[in-house]
Write a protein that binds this ligand. Structure first.
Ligand code: THU
Length: 136
């Protein structure tokens, strides 16, 4: 699958990152199975623990608008002023994905540009994950 457009959306969402403490800006673009895209950025806080990752901002925006069927998420993070590198989702975000996404099919697109990205299934990034199926 060609994720150039989704990567572009994640990079553009990163412009809104509120990261005055870490200076690490993250953008995410979440693709629904119907083709709609929800974007998100990280939002930090002087209290530190209320910080929210870019991925979760996008996921919570989508879920709060009634979306439940997701195909992929693109993530672009970089330390402002530094050399762009691949920024993989943190463990908390992987766990949140586990709640709503199918680990066998959902794709995580980690990118530095629209032409430079790697694609992983959620199952690869969170093997033996704990999810809703465990409580059914
Ligand atoms: N961050 C994300 O937005 N996503 C991740 O998956 C990793 C970390 C943010 C949180 C914090 O605002 C900054 O990056 C540094 O940890």
């Amino acid at each position: 699958m060609d994720y150039r457009q989704l990567a572009k959306s994640a990079i553009s969402a990163r412009d809104a990152a509120y990261a005055p403490y870490s200076n690490f800006a993250v953008g995410a673009a979440l693709l629904t199975k119907c083709g709609k895209v929800y974007s998100g950025c990280n939002i930090e806080n002087a209290g530190y623990s209320p910080c929210n990752c870019g991925e979760r901002t996008a996921i919570f925006k989508a879920v709060s608008e009634g979306e439940r069927d997701f195909a992929a998420i693109a993530v672009a993070g970089w330390l402002r002023g530094g050399v762009p590198g691949m920024a993989y989702p943190c463990g908390v975000c992987r766990q949140v994905m586990m709640e709503f996404m199918d680990p066998e099919t959902f794709e995580i697109v980690v990118c530095t540009s629209e032409n430079d990205y790697t694609v992983h299934k959620l199952k690869e990034l969170l093997p033996h994950g704990f999810g809703p199926e465990n409580l059914a």
